[in-house]
Ligand binder design. Structure first.
Ligand code: NAD
Ligand code: ZN
Length: 381
């Protein structure tokens, strides 16, 4: 039996009572990764080998920030390719948005050879989700959950332009639907290729750099401090946290080219760590803030994390020192503006993320965490 660093039993193994055997998580990774400043220039060559597939064109989904910017002129486009600039603010990707994009492209252009996503976590998830929905019939709401997707999607390639969510490496494409905020989660979600070119992150404003980078930090803290932590997830989290501390607290802290390189790698490692472990209390609360109030994931994590000393102790103190160092002010006193109904609705969303509580608190979490416990956590905000 594995042991976590805090001594409790773990890990990537679960005991399947029905079949009387141990089962291990069997994860797929990204097929290919390019890393390096300027590596975006390899995109054309990488795509050349795929261009003949399906109806012979690529769909580019690009963060609207780049509309009219020089990066848009550098896309290796041919006449048949389709570019969609997508505004990711203020809303996170929705099931309806994915279904509409899929239907519109199929009707107007046919089946792409592949999807290229260029942007932050929102665009990474849009690219991953739409690639799956090109081959899976019906609405994406049918597939929100683990291993519900029936067929592999089409080729998809991700190029992150802001670092932190780990969406470039994860096996989920998080979508907000009418019923729930939940990912299309399966092996086929994972990108076939990513290009990690930190030059593309140079224009990220400091507040977004902070919130999204803190998503990496929180992924690692949560991955490390729960029952599913293990030597594999720990190795990634340890290195990712070391990089986060250099980037946000070290003598050369701040948005520099060197730190942009480091954050891109930290983001990927944080994503790998949580894949082999799990996220915890902060992410459960964050999902409630996103689903009910529409707050963006990374910002919502920061709003919640500052109040989670009971669960994450010294890491919350360290997080606050990073806030101070970078002059980031998070709101407090928000709960005073929320009705009981709103708090209850958020608590239900958070409570239903059983796997996160199971990891953070333990298999007996339902004896320790009730809806009232969670409502009290929201009332601290
Ligand atoms: P985002 O993609 O929503 O973008 C945040 C902001 O940064 C936007 O305003 C965007 O226009 C801007 N931006 C992006 N690149 C920029 C650049 N180079 N220069 C200037 N501005 C730039 O933000 P995010 O924080 O990366 O992602 C949040 C989303 O990721 C949420 O929808 C969340 O659900 C999802 N998420 C997914 C996973 C996963 O594993 N799939 C994990 C965590 C979060
Ligand atoms: Zn996250």
């Amino acid at each position: 039996m594995c042991k976590t660093r805090n001594g409790t039993s773990s890990c990537i193994i679960t005991y399947n009572k029905t079949h009387n055997k141990l089962t291990f998580k069997n994860f797929k990774n990204i097929d290919k990764v390019v890393f390096g400043r300027g590596s975006f220039s390899m995109l054309g060559d990488i795509l050349a080998t795929k261009r003949h597939e399906n109806d012979g064109f690529f769909l580019y989904v690009v963060d609207n920030f780049f509309n009219g910017k020089s990066l848009a002129d550098k896309l290796p486009l041919t006449d048949k390719d389709v570019v969609r600039f997508i505004d990711v603010d203020p809303n996170e990707p929705t099931t309806e948005q994915i279904d509409n994009l899929r239907d519109e492209i199929l009707a107007g252009h046919g089946l792409p050879a592949g999807v290229i996503g260029i942007g932050g976590g929102s665009i990474m998830d849009i690219a991953k989700a739409v690639s799956l929905m090109f081959t899976n019939e019906g609405s994406s709401t049918l597939y929100q959950g683990l291993n519900l997707i029936k067929k592999p999607g089409i080729y998809h390639l991700g190029i992150p332009t802001i670092s932190g969510t780990g969406a470039e490496v994860s096996m989920t494409a998080v979508l907000t639907g009418p019923e729930k905020k939940l990912g299309l989660k399966c092996d086929w979600t994972i990108f076939n290729q990513v290009i990690l070119d930190s030059e593309l992150t140079a224009t990220v404003p400091v507040d977004k750099w902070f919130y999204t980078g803190m998503d990496t930090y929180i992924h690692c803290i949560e991955s490390e401090t729960g029952t599913l932590n293990n030597a594999y997830s720990h190795a990634y989290a340890e290195q990712s946290l070391k990089l986060c501390r250099e980037i946000y607290l070290g003598p050369d802290a701040g948005q520099t080219p060197e730190n942009d390189d480091k954050l891109m790698v930290a983001s990927m490692m944080g994503g790998l760590s949580l894949t082999y472990s799990e996220v915890g209390v902060c992410h459960a609360l964050s999902y409630g803030l996103s689903k009910i109030l529409g707050e963006k994931h990374c910002y919502a994590n920061c709003v919640a994390f500052q109040h989670l000393e009971d669960y994450y102790g010294d890491a919350v103190t360290e997080f606050k020192s990073m806030l101070t160092k970078h002059n980031v002010n998070l709101p407090t006193g928000l709960a005073a503006m929320w009705s009981d109904e709103t708090i209850t609705a958020m608590a239900h969303v958070a409570y239903n993320l059983h796997h996160m509580w199971n990891h953070a608190v333990g298999a007996d979490w339902k004896e320790k965490v009730t809806l009232d416990t969670i409502k009290d956590l929201y009332r601290r905000m």
